[in-house]
Design a protein around this ligand. Structure first.
Ligand code: AMP
Length: 400
């Protein structure tokens, strides 16, 4: 069987793709289509012949997938459907129905559609990508890999909200988590770098990107995670508030007359670092702090404070922590965030070496001092490789 997998991450106005060889872990081509549905779309394809950029209309996802095929044909690498072991699709919300990746058939498509009530911004465009790709590659197995699957191991005490049981059951209200593909990949790499069996390792993974989440992983299984019913809960993010007293919502409805949509917009798109400092990008926040902006300094302190609260809480739940691993845009690049979020935790065995921590990290490294009780890592995430691996495993197990 070939070990090549095409990974598709289909959003509302964009499609990201990678052709990977799972055996070597190598990306043979990567690309991004943006502004789907707008008058002019933007296309970037990186393959053996270098980088190609194009501007042309991409009316919908069907046209997007056709464009990707045309890019492979024109700029390489050349491949036939027969060379592909699978197409792996990122799907954000699998609810409690999908504890692992599955081969896509019509029933799976319907289930993903039904789960859209829990992820109205994400599941519908994920499904658009799946449908278009199934038309384009009717003979290749398609596998849906869910962001929530890794967190289906959460114990009831961690996933249950303390609200009326009947309402929670009727409306499927519980914590589902997110970023699971990244947390799974990073937790496994952490164990490999420690030279241990994942079953023997307890790790706190801090996925700090524009969206951000923390997960406590015990023996390879997610046992606590900071995102909830939706990706709004938990850490402070680029534009999302993270944890907030839910009464803020009722209060703003009553005193400011805000509607549900306005509150959704406020908490999901105008809060977090953007709301606190005026920019959702951590680089701008640091520039503002360097220029003496006290508002930006407070924003950063809120950001560190929240991470520290989660690390302390997850330490308590895990009982023993072997490693803490930073990943994603901020986790990989921002030495100020890394060192300040873990400052003052020395009594827990958590220390960051200033010299090792300094600078952006393009590859996996340890930033704690030698002999530290808790090893602190930076591990660049690779969700595409994780999706490709899982897709290949599903196909191999199904014998298609
Ligand atoms: P992601 O969602 O993982 O792609 O992360 C995107 C975020 O990473 C951006 O919004 C920035 O806040 C952050 N980021 C990217 N590069 C840097 C950098 N060099 N220093 C600090 N933050 C960065």
């Amino acid at each position: 069987m070939s070990s090549k997998v095409l990974v598709i991450n289909s959003g509302s106005s964009s499609i990201k793709y990678q052709l990977l060889d799972v055996e070597t872990g190598e990306a043979l081509a990567t690309g991004l289509l943006e502004r789907i549905g707008q008058p002019v779309g933007a296309i970037k394809h990186q393959g053996p012949a270098g980088t190609t950029t194009l501007e042309q209309p991409i009316p919908d996802h069907e046209a997007g997938i056709a464009t990707i095929l045309a890019l492979f044909a024109a700029h390489g690498p050349q491949f036939e459907a027969a060379d592909l072991a699978a197409v792996g699709h990122r799907v954000v919300q699998g609810g409690d129905r999908f504890p692992g990746p599955v081969l896509v058939d019509d029933a799976v498509e319907t289930a993903i559609d039904e789960l859209s009530t829990l992820a109205p911004l994400h599941n519908p465009p994920n499904l658009d990508g799946i449908r278009a790709a199934r038309h384009a590659f009717p003979t290749v197995p398609h596998v849906a890999v869910f962001d929530t699957s890794f967190h289906t191991t959460l114990p009831p005490a961690a996933y249950t909200y303390a609200i009326d049981r009947t309402i929670a059951k009727t409306y499927a209200i519980r914590r589902y988590g997110a970023h699971g593909t990244s947390h799974r990949y990073v937790a496994r790499r952490t164990a490999e770098l420690l030279g241990k069996d994942p079953a023997d390792v307890n790790v706190i993974v801090l996925h700090l990107g524009n969206g951000a989440s923390a997960t406590a992983v015990r023996g390879g299984r997610s046992v606590e995670t900071s995102m909830g019913l939706t990706p709004l809960e938990g850490l402070v993010m680029g534009t999302r508030s993270g944890d907030i007293d839910p009464a803020v919502v009722f209060h703003l409805q009553r005193v400011a007359g805000m509607t549900t949509d306005e509150l959704d917009d406020l908490l999901n798109r105008r809060s977090g670092m953007l709301g606190l400092s005026g920019s959702s990008d951590m680089r701008d926040v640091h520039d503002a702090v360097a220029a003496g902006d006290e508002v930006a300094r407070t924003a950063l302190e809120v950001y560190f404070h929240r991470i520290k609260s989660y690390v302390g809480s997850y330490y308590a739940h895990l009982g023993r922590v072997d490693a803490i691993t930073f990943t994603a845009g901020i986790g990989e690049n921002d030495d100020i965030v890394r060192i300040n979020s873990l400052a003052g935790l020395e009594r827990l065995g958590i220390r960051v070496d200033a010299e090792r921590n300094a600078g952006r990290k393009k590859s996996e490294c340890v930033i704690s001092p030698d002999g530290a009780e808790v090893t602190v890592f930076v591990i660049p995430t690779n969700e595409e490789l994780e999706i490709a691996r899982e897709a290949l495993d599903v196909v191999a197990a199904s014998g298609v």
